[in-house]
Design a binder for this molecule. Structure first.
Ligand SMILES: [Zn+2]
Ligand SMILES: [Zn+2]
Length: 212
């Protein structure tokens, strides 16, 4: 471990890549939509969108996607493996409870991103949390960015971006997708459809943070 890391959350010098002040600033999610993990401020079980069409068979996230976790995740995605380690250790008990009984599948990154980042952040977080997982999905390299496209184009593009490793049988299984952040849920929805089409009984998701 380096003696002089900069905290991923606040940028101040610290020894662990994510300082104790930033850890204390994390906002755990108490009440949330059971289908998409959206933090809810009333005692309802589903958000308005999921009442009409549930995103997944279950979803939860550890923290609200606030400033410190946002910076930490961005720093992790820019190649800081120490943050992935810290988050993994921080989330070990949360993740083991939230993923119990499921086959855990990290949302994949494409090969180019893997090459430039040097590691798959979700996989490293799971490893440091001591959670066994399988790389059941692959993400193809996107030739063009999603921004500037219509929703319909993005959705069809999304379907083409993911592929399932066929040698692992998912029929009748409960699969828990793991991602760093849930924002719109579009990625999870695409991955869930692939797995459901292949016969998975239930597809849920757990994330480090959920955007409000
Ligand atoms: Zn900090
Ligand atoms: Zn919802």
């Amino acid at each position: 471990m380096h003696l002089f890391n900069l905290c991923g959350g606040c940028g101040v010098c610290c020894q662990s890549s994510f300082c104790e002040t930033c850890v204390e600033l994390l906002v755990p999610i108490d009440n949330h939509c059971l289908s998409c993990a959206l933090p809810l401020h009333t005692k309802t079980r589903k958000c308005g969108n999921c009442h009409k069409s549930p995103l997944l068979d279950g979803a939860c996230a550890a923290f609200v996607y606030g400033e410190s976790i946002k910076h930490a995740i961005l720093k992790m995605k820019s190649g800081d493996r120490a943050i992935a380690r810290k988050l993994g250790k921080l989330l070990a008990s949360y993740l083991s409870l939230a993923t119990e009984g499921a086959l855990i599948v990290p949302v994949p990154i494409d090969r180019l991103t893997l090459f430039s980042r040097g590691f798959n952040q979700t996989s490293v977080v799971l490893r440091y949390a001591g959670i066994a997982h399988q790389h059941l999905l692959l993400r193809k390299m996107s030739s063009s960015k999603q921004t500037g496209k219509t929703r319909r184009q993005r959705v069809s593009n999304g379907n083409l971006l993911f592929r399932r490793r066929k040698k692992i049988d998912v029929r009748g299984k409960t699969i828990c997708l793991f991602d760093d952040v849930i924002t719109t849920g579009a990625t999870l929805k695409t991955c869930a459809k692939l797995l459901k089409d292949a016969g998975a009984a239930r597809v849920t998701a757990v994330a480090i943070a959920r955007a409000e």
